[in-house]
Design a protein around this ligand. Structure first.
Ligand SMILES: [Mg+2]
Length: 179
């Protein structure tokens, strides 16, 4: 059975979009921010507003239950789990990974501790993935769109760009049938 590594933030969960909604609803200054404005992940303060990065971390730490699941992601995850060995991975620290376990019942492996896998589905596949990975489904997001083609250019990894996680799962079921 092939092993698929599945990222959480930006892949299964609309973390950035949920944060934007949270800011837009509660901002006393009448801020209006969108995920499309965030064209570089490490320039949050410049692209949204000064102090946005601090607010983003506060949101992630304290308003975890307001982070939405992308439409169809849960169904796709359950479906693919029947056909693939699925490992959910995140670069978040242990305490935050535990929040996902509590909320969704997932076992979440730290990206630093993943040792093997055949396929990766990620919106930001920049970390040192296991060398066994041969296919990456890049879930296209504004904040990594410039960066990802460069990261994977000089590797033998096949990169497939998709708009949503569920689309990657559909393609996996068509193109990589289990024998
Ligand atoms: Mg991610």
């Amino acid at each position: 059975m092939r092993k698929v590594l599945v990222d959480i933030d930006g892949t299964l969960l609309d973390t950035v979009g949920s944060f934007c909604d949270w800011v837009n609803e509660y901002s006393a200054e009448g801020l209006r921010i969108t995920p499309e404005m965030l064209t570089k992940y490490d320039a949050i303060d410049e692209l949204w507003y000064p102090g946005a990065m601090e607010h983003y971390m506060e949101f992630i730490d304290n308003f975890h239950d307001q982070i939405r699941v992308y439409p169809g992601a849960m169904e796709a995850l359950a479906y693919m789990s029947e056909w693939f060995d699925v490992e959910i991975v995140s670069s978040r620290p242990e305490l935050q990974r535990k929040l996902f376990e509590d909320r969704f019942g997932w076992h979440v492996t730290s990206k630093d501790e993943v040792t093997d896998g055949d396929i990766l589905i990620d919106d930001y596949p920049k970390w040192n993935y296991p060398e066994t990975i041969s296919v990456v489904f890049y879930v296209k997001r504004p904040w990594t769109f410039d960066l990802v083609p460069n990261v994977l250019r000089d590797t033998p990894i096949v990169t497939v760009t998709v708009d949503q996680f569920a689309e990657a799962v559909n393609m996996l079921m068509e193109d990589f049938p289990e024998d």
